[in-house]
Design a protein around this ligand. Structure first.
Ligand code: AMP
Ligand code: MG
Length: 402
């Protein structure tokens, strides 16, 4: 087993060979899911002026120290008002949420603590000086960084960008990822089955979804036969993509040409076999300028697991994300898990659920790497470390969430 590389080392090599892509400018409404490649600075104080947090009356604190207090209503301030009144001693201005605090006033009494009597308002409750006033600059000061470089743009960041008047922002570009299945037996969706030995592809579409989920731009190149000339021809398009993923043809079979072709095509191969289960045959290398090649196994489960463990973090780094791994949690194992051979780290497909303040996990019965049901019925990978033959019910285990 000496030639199998531990996952940590493989991950270290992948991460070492990947960096954020170049940047581009996007309109605010298209910015969701990108990572900012610039600091966003506020163009103004926020709030821009002292304003009311409530509907009520703007008063001078001195006038409401002794309640009940009766004040003359001298005007009305709605949000967006252009009025320019002054609150003198003994007077109040009727005010609405968001309206500027009139000159002279320093406190807002909410309407529910007042009673209007003709031109007068009676205030029944004392409020602290400055109560219900939103202060100029209390949220953000002009020139302050409101969203730093490296932050993912979520809906909340979109709102903040709008509020500081940024219609266009600089972000890291998303990687273009080619997906190519290999195998004489592989049929595409809707292709007619002419021989019983043919197998319909799942990998093209699992990977398509996984690339999208990771934030990348998938390009489905379809299926290439196990024919070195034809395969090479398709793989020559490698240079057009940031990442090139093949599935199948990467193990020890005579028809497994990928490993030879990549060398011919100038890929600098960094590793080929990993000490993990499933997904032992995973080939990784670099080509062109910071481009990545992943030769993933053909077995559908192995292919998906290899993507989640190795390709996912690489795509995240390319987009500038700091948080690059799928979420890992601790769960209570609800069923014993045993295995005969313990050399490799295993990612057993499992069900995870949250109950009584804890995550719980149960490995699925079907674990073979050709069984897609083991993924469809799962929402986690139970991690079984190297050297561990048995995990007991009740033990705390680590689970990658899917
Ligand atoms: P290989 O790695 O080429 O030896 O393929 C391993 C297994 O995965 C074989 O049983 C293939 O038929 C199967 N396989 C390869 N490519 C795909 C695919 N795109 N979709 C589903 N199964 C595949
Ligand atoms: Mg094959």
């Amino acid at each position: 087993m000496a030639e199998l590389m531990p996952l940590e080392e493989a991950l270290r090599i992948v991460i070492e060979n990947v960096k954020p892509l170049d940047t581009k400018r996007v309109f605010l409404h298209e910015a969701l899911g990108y990572v900012l490649a610039e600091d966003i600075v506020s163009d103004t104080d926020k709030p821009l002026f002292d304003n009311s947090a409530m509907d009520g009356f703007a008063v001078r604190y001195e006038d409401i120290k002794n309640v009940p207090a009766k004040l003359k209503i001298v005007g009305e301030y709605a949000a967006g008002t252009e009025e320019n009144l002054k609150v003198e001693s003994g007077t109040a201005v009727k005010i609405f949420t968001g309206a500027p605090i009139p000159e002279g006033a320093d406190t807002v009494v909410p309407v529910e603590y007042t009673k209007t009597e003709g031109d007068y308002v009676v205030i029944n409750k004392e409020f602290k000086k400055g109560a219900n006033v939103r202060r100029k600059g209390e949220d953000v000061k002009k020139g302050e960084v409101v969203v730093p470089k490296g932050k993912e743009i979520r809906p909340y960041e979109m709102g903040m960008l709008a509020s500081v008047n940024r219609a266009i922002v600089t972000v890291y570009r998303k990687p273009n990822v080619a997906i190519l299945s290999t195998g004489d037996e592989i049929l595409d969706v809707c292709e007619e089955q002419t021989r019983p030995s043919q197998i319909r592809t799942s990998n093209n579409y699992t990977l398509y979804g996984q690339v999208l989920q990771a934030g990348g731009i998938p390009h489905n190149l379809g299926i290439a036969p196990d024919n070195p000339e034809k395969l090479k021809k398709v793989m020559e398009s490698m240079i057009d993509y940031d990442v090139f993923i093949t599935t199948g043809g990467v193990s020890m079979g005579e028809k497994d040409y990928v490993q030879y072709l990549v060398e011919e095509l100038g890929v600098d191969v960094k590793f080929h076999k990993l000490r993990i289960k499933p997904a032992k045959p995973v080939l990784f290398g670099t080509y062109g300028e910071n481009k990545l090649f992943f030769g993933l196994p053909g077995n559908p489960v192995s292919c998906a697991v290899a993507f989640d463990l190795l390709v996912y973090p690489a795509l995240r780094v390319m987009q500038g994300f700091k948080d690059i791994f799928k979420q890992k949690i601790t769960a209570v194992l609800e069923k014993d898990y045993r295995r005969k051979r313990a050399e490799r780290r295993e990612f057993a497909r499992c069900k995870v659920w949250f109950e009584n303040g804890k995550y719980h996990c149960e490995p699925l019965e079907k674990q073979d790497s050709h069984m897609l049901t083991s993924l469809v019925n799962a929402n986690g990978y139970l991690i079984v470390k190297e050297g561990v033959n048995e995990l007991k019910k009740g033990e705390e285990v680590e689970v990658v969430l899917l």
